[in-house]
Design a binder for this molecule. Structure first.
Ligand code: 3H9
Length: 699
């Protein structure tokens, strides 16, 4: 028997049990175990049917992603599946937890599938930039029809068992003990003389497909720019409809081989592990006792405070929202209610669910009402003196052990913590707007933040559906510090010859959801202008370059809200390049004696993206970011960096850190150390011919 699977008999039913923690992924020993188990039980004359089941928390969660790109060992998955499918006795896959990817594909090679009600099944390969490569694209359309199969595979989302039963992916739901239920199901098959039903032999009725089905589906894929997997999936389903099973399998194999080698899939697989890596904080023990978070309070009912409060209510945690005036409180609570009702109108929440969530949010004008809560998140405007005052007040009233969090996006958290008598309980929780939607939570660790406070906030992030990433204290933390460099270079290039539309187009084509100027128009030019004028120390300006946003604000151009910013806007809110803005920019160049020149697309990428990478390298050197993957997760989830490029640091590795370094040096020579600060890490990596994946080798 294999170390990862065992088999036994209960009466005339053979049982193969996979046991390979944590998620029973299809590693070589698991494949070998299933292969040997099926062969042995199929050859045993006493056995009439076979159950395939898993120990631990889940059915097989997929191929073993850690094996990808390594030389294959043991029987490949397809041979295991052929052995299963060709067995003379019916095989029943018994599913609990999540049967995903190769796991579901293995279940599809069984002859029947049963699951507990809480189980989920799915083919999430598309989220790794892949397609189901173990027959999923050929068997699923045969089992549930090509239309439904295409949607399931391109979505990649897990499907709850009851829905999967309705879709005909499952044959039965087992209430109660899965093993006993699956054995009873198998015995019933034997009693009925049911055949080993091979999914590969189920015919597909192509005539039932709507006309132009595939062409119409492809139109919907246009928005998934940069991702090659969905188109390849469509090709495989077309093959399933038009060609014999083995031909379809050949096309599927070609598709997955090509995708497996693509940079996009490598980036997305890297992201899968990066998301798990960021949860690990090297000096915080995994089993550290967490502080209970059963109640929360948010200071400020503005856009940010309201969004933060919704996160708690969504997770079932009662939250009190504090405001200074009844009017502000009513306005804030009103917006929260409106947001929930909009979601209800879209059918994503029922009226009861909305009422329940609203019932968890209480408004108050008095700090006395929050003295007993487990965590307070301050979300008032960015002003150090005001924040200090608020933290002194919180320190005076909150119960011992409560966590005091600030949502500051730039300010020195240590300075805030030090006004309290409990700096160990103070932490930064930097949410991204809209806070109820954006998945990122930058968790700022102060010099004195206690380890259990940090661990509690990491766990809290998960509870409220966020991905928490730890950052050290510096101006702008990990994400905004890099963004400052990215935006500053975009602004400078305007003076030198580029237009907002040109820069935005290049960065959009690179994969950003929108360029920096459209982004500024959306956020409001006045917001940044006000911050710069009120807090010049926080937002230092390079005197050699004008801040174009401020010039436009002076002319009443605040962005989308005034239908004029870096672009002009019609009623459709579509950004249109504005000759007036181009004239303002050109006049400024002339005033400053700057001869405008043609700026290449390459220069735009280098000056914006490489500037951010250089700053990221400096953050690693300074310990502000723990690992390159922390930066990548932040930029993908907080700033829309394209996931198929794997985040800025992964992207740097794909083009070569030596090339990035050479470009950064070129710009430092030209523009000086003020913008292009030296990173010794970048230089060391470039000299050693290494990438950020190996950054530990050079520090
Ligand atoms: C595929 O199947 C291709 C096929 O078509 C065939 C091609 C020929 N492999 O997420 P967790 C690790 S592609 C290796 O924290 P949860 C994970 O890294 C695959 N390792 O737990 C972590 O390790 P660590 C299609 C894996 O309970 C530990 O297990 N399948 C794999 O929150 C626990 O994971 C998928 O895409 C794997 N496949 O969630 C499913 N999966 O503790 C991917 C997990 O060292 N997996 N690990 O950090 C998941 O979605 C979630 O892990 C799952 C459990 C929902 C299963």
């Amino acid at each position: 028997m294999s170390v990862a699977a065992r088999w036994e008999k209960q009466g005339d039913i053979g049982i193969i049990t996979v046991d390979s923690p944590p998620v029973n992924a299809l590693s070589a020993p698991v494949r070998q175990g299933i292969f040997d188990g099926v062969k042995a039980l199929d050859a045993d004359p006493e056995v009439k049917a076979i159950v395939l089941i898993c120990d631990g928390r889940t059915f097989i969660a997929g191929a073993d992603i850690t094996e990808f790109g390594k030389p294959p060992k043991g029987p490949d998955l397809r041979s295991v599946q052929e052995t299963m499918e060709n067995a003379s006795k019916p095989i029943v896959a018994a599913i609990h937890g999540t049967a995903l990817g190769g796991g579901l594909e293995t279940a599809l090679a069984a002859h029947y599938r049963v699951a507990v009600p809480s189980a989920k099944v799915g083919l999430p390969e598309v989220k790794l930039g892949l397609l189901p490569g173990a027959g999923g694209t050929q068997r699923l359309p045969r089992l549930i029809g090509p239309e439904r199969a295409l949607k399931v595979i391109v979505d990649g989302n897990p499907i709850p068992a009851p829905e999967a039963k309705d879709l005909d992916i499952l044959d039965a739901i087992i209430d109660g003990d899965l093993k006993q239920g699956a054995i009873a199901f198998a015995q019933d098959l034997v009693a009925k003389g049911a055949p080993a039903r091979r999914v590969r032999d189920i015919p597909i009725d192509a005539s039932s497909l709507p006309a132009n089905f595939f062409a119409d589906f492809r139109k919907g894929l246009a928005k998934m720019r940069g991702f090659p997997a969905p188109e390849k999936i469509v090709q495989c389903i077309e093959a399933a409809v038009a060609l014999p099973f083995d031909e379809g399998m050949r096309i599927e194999r070609e598709g997955i081989t090509e995708l497996m080698a693509s940079t996009e899939s490598k980036a997305m697989r890297y992201m899968f592990f990066a998301e798990r890596e960021v949860a690990k904080i090297p000096d915080v023990p995994k089993d550290i006792a967490l502080r209970p978070i059963n109640t929360a309070a948010v200071l400020g009912a503005g856009t940010m405070g309201g969004g933060i409060a919704m996160n708690f209510a969504n997770a079932g945690i009662p939250v009190t929202v504090i405001e200074a005036t009844q009017e502000a409180l009513d306005r804030g609570l009103g917006i929260i209610e409106k947001n929930y009702r909009n979601t209800q109108a879209k059918g994503r929440l029922t009226a009861e669910e909305v009422d329940k969530r609203l019932g968890l949010i209480t408004g108050s004008l008095s700090y006395d009402d929050i003295a007993g809560v487990d965590i307070v998140i301050e979300a008032i405007f960015e002003n150090m003196e005001v924040k200090k005052e608020v933290f002194r007040k919180l320190d005076a009233i909150l119960k011992p052990g409560a966590i005091l969090a600030s949502n500051t996006s730039y300010l020195d958290l240590n300075e805030i913590a030090d006004v309290t008598k409990r700096p160990e309980d103070v932490i930064g929780l930097h949410f991204f707007s809209p806070a109820n939607v954006m998945r990122l939570l930058e968790i700022v660790r102060g010099a004195k933040t206690a380890k259990d406070v940090l661990a509690t906030c990491m766990a809290l992030a998960k509870t409220i559906g966020k991905i928490g990433v730890v950052a050290g204290v510096c101006h702008g933390f990990i994400g905004n510090r890099m963004l400052s460099r990215y935006s500053a270079e975009a602004n400078k290039m305007l003076l030198e010859g580029a237009t907002p539309h040109q820069i935005d187009t290049v960065l959009y084509n690179f994969g950003m959801p929108m360029g920096p100027f459209q982004m500024t128009d959306l956020a409001g030019l006045d917001v940044g202008a006000r911050a710069r004028s009120e807090f010049p120390d926080l937002f230092p300006i390079d005197p050699a370059f004008p801040v174009f946003a401020d010039i436009l604000v002076a002319q009443g151009r605040y962005g989308q809200k005034t239908k004029a910013g870096f672009y002009k806007y019609g009623d459709d809110r579509k950004a249109q390049p504005d000759p007036d803005v181009e004239a303002i920019i050109a006049a400024e160049s002339e005033k400053r004696g700057v001869e405008r020149r043609v700026i290449s697309d390459e220069e735009i990428i280098e000056r914006c993206i490489y500037a951010a990478i250089n700053e990221g390298a400096r953050e690693l050197e300074e310990g502000i970011a723990l690992r390159p993957c922390d930066i990548d997760i932040i930029w993908i989830n907080g700033y829309g960096f394209p996931s198929y490029r794997g985040g800025p640091m992964f992207y740097a590795d794909t083009i070569g850190v030596d090339k990035v370094h050479a470009a950064v040096e070129k710009y430092r020579q030209k523009y000086g150390e003020r913008g292009w600060k030296y990173s010794s890490l970048l230089e060391k990596l470039a000299r050693a011919g290494k990438g950020f994946a190996d950054w530990k080798d050079v520090v």
